[in-house]
Ligand binder design. Sequence first.
Ligand SMILES: CC(C)(COP(=O)(O)OP(=O)(O)OC[C@H]1O[C@@H](n2cnc3c(N)ncnc32)[C@H](O)[C@@H]1OP(=O)(O)O)[C@@H](O)C(=O)NCCC(=O)NCCS
Length: 172
Amino acid sequence: MTTGAKHILMAAGFDDAQDVFNLIKKYPEELVPRSISDIVQNIDRFIVCKIDGHLVGVVSWQILPEIGAPKSPTVEIKSLAVEKEHQRKGIGTELVLTVMQRIALFHPAQIIILTFSPEFFAKLGFEKVPKETLMHKIYLGCANCTKYDSPFTCPEIAMAKQPPFPKTDGLT
Ligand SMILES: CC(C)(COP(=O)(O)OP(=O)(O)OC[C@H]1O[C@@H](n2cnc3c(N)ncnc32)[C@H](O)[C@@H]1OP(=O)(O)O)[C@@H](O)C(=O)NCCC(=O)NCCS
Protein backbone atom coordinates (compact mmCIF):
# COMPACT_ATOMS: atom_id res chain seq x y z
CA MET A 1 0.00 0.00 0.00
CA THR A 2 1.24 3.50 -0.86
CA THR A 3 0.17 6.78 0.69
CA GLY A 4 0.57 10.21 -0.89
CA ALA A 5 -0.31 13.55 0.62
CA LYS A 6 -4.04 12.93 0.34
CA HIS A 7 -4.54 9.79 -1.69
CA ILE A 8 -4.05 6.08 -0.97
CA LEU A 9 -3.34 3.26 -3.42
CA MET A 10 -4.57 -0.19 -2.46
CA ALA A 11 -5.63 -3.54 -3.84
CA ALA A 12 -9.30 -3.39 -4.84
CA GLY A 13 -11.98 -5.25 -2.90
CA PHE A 14 -15.39 -6.46 -4.00
CA ASP A 15 -16.97 -3.38 -2.43
CA ASP A 16 -15.04 -1.24 -4.96
CA ALA A 17 -16.55 -2.98 -7.99
CA GLN A 18 -19.47 -0.59 -8.52
CA ASP A 19 -17.24 2.51 -8.27
CA VAL A 20 -14.68 0.94 -10.62
CA PHE A 21 -17.48 0.20 -13.10
CA ASN A 22 -18.75 3.78 -12.87
CA LEU A 23 -15.28 5.31 -13.36
CA ILE A 24 -14.43 3.15 -16.40
CA LYS A 25 -17.81 4.07 -17.92
CA LYS A 26 -16.88 7.75 -17.82
CA TYR A 27 -14.27 7.19 -20.58
CA PRO A 28 -16.09 5.31 -23.35
CA GLU A 29 -13.74 6.64 -26.02
CA GLU A 30 -10.51 5.75 -24.27
CA LEU A 31 -11.43 2.57 -22.37
CA VAL A 32 -13.02 -0.73 -23.26
CA PRO A 33 -16.19 -1.03 -21.15
CA ARG A 34 -16.14 -3.71 -18.44
CA SER A 35 -19.15 -5.39 -16.92
CA ILE A 36 -19.68 -5.60 -13.18
CA SER A 37 -19.33 -9.37 -13.49
CA ASP A 38 -15.96 -9.04 -15.27
CA ILE A 39 -14.73 -6.58 -12.63
CA VAL A 40 -15.85 -8.78 -9.74
CA GLN A 41 -14.34 -11.93 -11.23
CA ASN A 42 -11.01 -10.12 -11.79
CA ILE A 43 -11.04 -7.95 -8.67
CA ASP A 44 -7.65 -9.36 -7.66
CA ARG A 45 -6.22 -7.69 -10.77
CA PHE A 46 -7.31 -4.17 -9.89
CA ILE A 47 -5.52 -1.45 -7.93
CA VAL A 48 -7.56 1.54 -6.83
CA CYS A 49 -6.71 5.03 -5.60
CA LYS A 50 -8.92 6.66 -2.96
CA ILE A 51 -9.18 10.05 -1.33
CA ASP A 52 -11.11 10.13 1.93
CA GLY A 53 -12.57 6.73 1.07
CA HIS A 54 -13.77 7.83 -2.38
CA LEU A 55 -12.45 6.08 -5.45
CA VAL A 56 -10.60 8.52 -7.73
CA GLY A 57 -8.45 6.18 -9.82
CA VAL A 58 -8.14 2.63 -11.04
CA VAL A 59 -5.85 0.40 -13.05
CA SER A 60 -5.85 -3.31 -13.86
CA TRP A 61 -3.84 -5.86 -15.79
CA GLN A 62 -4.35 -8.98 -17.84
CA ILE A 63 -1.98 -11.80 -18.68
CA LEU A 64 -2.12 -12.47 -22.41
CA PRO A 65 -2.24 -16.03 -23.72
CA GLU A 66 0.91 -17.83 -24.80
CA ILE A 67 0.96 -20.16 -27.75
CA GLY A 68 2.95 -23.34 -27.12
CA ALA A 69 5.20 -23.93 -24.12
CA PRO A 70 4.87 -21.29 -21.40
CA LYS A 71 7.86 -18.99 -21.51
CA SER A 72 7.54 -15.46 -20.30
CA PRO A 73 4.14 -14.05 -21.14
CA THR A 74 3.15 -10.53 -22.03
CA VAL A 75 1.01 -8.62 -19.55
CA GLU A 76 -1.32 -5.82 -20.65
CA ILE A 77 -2.18 -2.80 -18.50
CA LYS A 78 -5.93 -2.17 -18.79
CA SER A 79 -8.65 0.10 -17.49
CA LEU A 80 -6.43 2.98 -16.34
CA ALA A 81 -8.56 5.94 -15.32
CA VAL A 82 -8.39 8.93 -12.99
CA GLU A 83 -11.39 11.12 -12.16
CA LYS A 84 -11.18 14.34 -14.21
CA GLU A 85 -10.98 16.64 -11.20
CA HIS A 86 -7.99 14.66 -9.87
CA GLN A 87 -5.99 14.43 -13.09
CA ARG A 88 -2.57 16.01 -13.56
CA LYS A 89 -1.65 15.47 -9.91
CA GLY A 90 0.53 12.40 -10.50
CA ILE A 91 -2.10 9.79 -9.60
CA GLY A 92 -2.07 8.17 -13.06
CA THR A 93 1.71 7.91 -12.93
CA GLU A 94 1.59 6.38 -9.47
CA LEU A 95 -1.04 3.85 -10.53
CA VAL A 96 1.05 2.75 -13.52
CA LEU A 97 4.28 2.55 -11.50
CA THR A 98 2.52 0.50 -8.83
CA VAL A 99 0.83 -1.86 -11.28
CA MET A 100 4.17 -2.37 -13.04
CA GLN A 101 5.76 -3.34 -9.73
CA ARG A 102 2.91 -5.77 -9.10
CA ILE A 103 3.20 -7.27 -12.60
CA ALA A 104 7.00 -7.47 -12.30
CA LEU A 105 6.55 -10.13 -9.61
CA PHE A 106 5.49 -12.53 -12.41
CA HIS A 107 8.66 -11.85 -14.48
CA PRO A 108 6.87 -11.06 -17.74
CA ALA A 109 8.71 -10.64 -21.02
CA GLN A 110 7.08 -7.26 -21.48
CA ILE A 111 4.23 -5.04 -20.35
CA ILE A 112 2.06 -3.58 -23.10
CA ILE A 113 -0.61 -0.93 -23.46
CA LEU A 114 -2.92 0.23 -26.22
CA THR A 115 -3.55 3.91 -25.73
CA PHE A 116 -4.63 7.28 -27.09
CA SER A 117 -2.17 8.95 -24.67
CA PRO A 118 1.25 7.78 -25.89
CA GLU A 119 2.97 10.83 -24.37
CA PHE A 120 1.81 9.79 -20.89
CA PHE A 121 3.20 6.26 -21.29
CA ALA A 122 6.39 7.42 -23.04
CA LYS A 123 7.24 9.33 -19.86
CA LEU A 124 7.00 5.99 -18.04
CA GLY A 125 9.43 4.26 -20.39
CA PHE A 126 7.00 2.68 -22.88
CA GLU A 127 7.97 2.69 -26.55
CA LYS A 128 5.74 2.46 -29.61
CA VAL A 129 5.67 -0.98 -31.23
CA PRO A 130 3.96 -2.26 -34.40
CA LYS A 131 0.63 -3.92 -33.63
CA GLU A 132 1.81 -6.91 -35.65
CA THR A 133 4.14 -7.74 -32.75
CA LEU A 134 1.16 -8.11 -30.39
CA MET A 135 -0.83 -10.80 -32.15
CA HIS A 136 -1.80 -12.47 -28.84
CA LYS A 137 -3.48 -9.20 -27.82
CA ILE A 138 -5.17 -8.92 -31.18
CA TYR A 139 -6.58 -12.42 -30.99
CA LEU A 140 -7.70 -12.04 -27.39
CA GLY A 141 -9.27 -8.60 -27.41
CA CYS A 142 -9.22 -6.90 -30.77
CA ALA A 143 -10.88 -9.82 -32.54
CA ASN A 144 -14.05 -9.08 -30.57
CA CYS A 145 -13.86 -5.30 -30.83
CA THR A 146 -17.08 -3.59 -31.89
CA LYS A 147 -15.55 -0.10 -32.20
CA TYR A 148 -13.19 -0.60 -35.15
CA ASP A 149 -13.36 -3.02 -38.03
CA SER A 150 -9.67 -3.92 -37.82
CA PRO A 151 -6.92 -3.54 -35.21
CA PHE A 152 -4.78 -2.09 -37.97
CA THR A 153 -7.17 0.81 -38.61
CA CYS A 154 -7.86 1.33 -34.89
CA PRO A 155 -6.24 4.64 -33.86
CA GLU A 156 -4.96 3.33 -30.53
CA ILE A 157 -1.17 3.27 -30.29
CA ALA A 158 0.50 0.03 -29.19
CA MET A 159 3.36 0.50 -26.72
CA ALA A 160 5.58 -1.90 -24.80
CA LYS A 161 8.08 -1.84 -21.99
CA GLN A 162 10.66 -4.55 -21.33
CA PRO A 163 12.34 -5.28 -17.97
CA PRO A 164 13.75 -3.99 -15.76
CA PHE A 165 10.55 -2.47 -14.44
CA PRO A 166 10.74 0.48 -12.06
CA LYS A 167 10.71 -0.10 -8.34
CA THR A 168 8.22 1.85 -6.21
CA ASP A 169 7.00 1.81 -2.64
CA GLY A 170 3.85 0.15 -3.96
CA LEU A 171 2.05 -3.06 -3.09
CA THR A 172 4.00 -5.90 -1.50
C1 LIG B 1 -4.30 9.06 -18.78
C2 LIG B 1 -4.67 9.39 -17.32
C3 LIG B 1 -4.86 8.11 -16.54
C4 LIG B 1 -3.49 10.19 -16.71
O1 LIG B 1 -3.79 10.38 -15.33
P1 LIG B 1 -3.17 11.61 -14.51
O2 LIG B 1 -3.38 11.34 -13.07
O3 LIG B 1 -3.72 12.88 -15.04
O4 LIG B 1 -1.64 11.50 -14.92
P2 LIG B 1 -0.39 12.24 -14.22
O5 LIG B 1 -0.85 13.40 -13.41
O6 LIG B 1 0.42 11.22 -13.55
O7 LIG B 1 0.37 12.79 -15.52
C5 LIG B 1 1.76 12.78 -15.62
C6 LIG B 1 2.18 13.43 -16.92
O8 LIG B 1 1.71 12.67 -18.03
C7 LIG B 1 1.27 13.57 -19.07
N1 LIG B 1 -0.15 13.30 -19.30
C8 LIG B 1 -1.12 13.12 -18.38
N2 LIG B 1 -2.28 12.85 -18.98
C9 LIG B 1 -2.05 12.87 -20.30
C10 LIG B 1 -2.86 12.65 -21.43
N3 LIG B 1 -4.16 12.36 -21.33
N4 LIG B 1 -2.27 12.74 -22.64
C11 LIG B 1 -0.97 13.02 -22.75
N5 LIG B 1 -0.15 13.25 -21.71
C12 LIG B 1 -0.69 13.17 -20.50
C13 LIG B 1 1.51 14.96 -18.60
O9 LIG B 1 2.74 15.38 -19.12
C14 LIG B 1 1.61 14.83 -17.11
O10 LIG B 1 2.49 15.70 -16.55
P3 LIG B 1 2.08 17.25 -16.30
O11 LIG B 1 0.75 17.25 -15.61
O12 LIG B 1 3.20 17.74 -15.44
O13 LIG B 1 2.05 17.89 -17.65
C15 LIG B 1 -5.94 10.29 -17.25
O14 LIG B 1 -5.76 11.38 -18.14
C16 LIG B 1 -7.22 9.56 -17.61
O15 LIG B 1 -7.86 8.94 -16.76
N6 LIG B 1 -7.64 9.65 -18.89
C17 LIG B 1 -8.88 9.06 -19.35
C18 LIG B 1 -8.76 7.55 -19.48
C19 LIG B 1 -7.56 7.15 -20.30
O16 LIG B 1 -7.23 7.73 -21.33
N7 LIG B 1 -6.86 6.11 -19.80
C20 LIG B 1 -5.66 5.57 -20.43
C21 LIG B 1 -6.06 4.48 -21.34
S1 LIG B 1 -4.64 3.60 -21.91
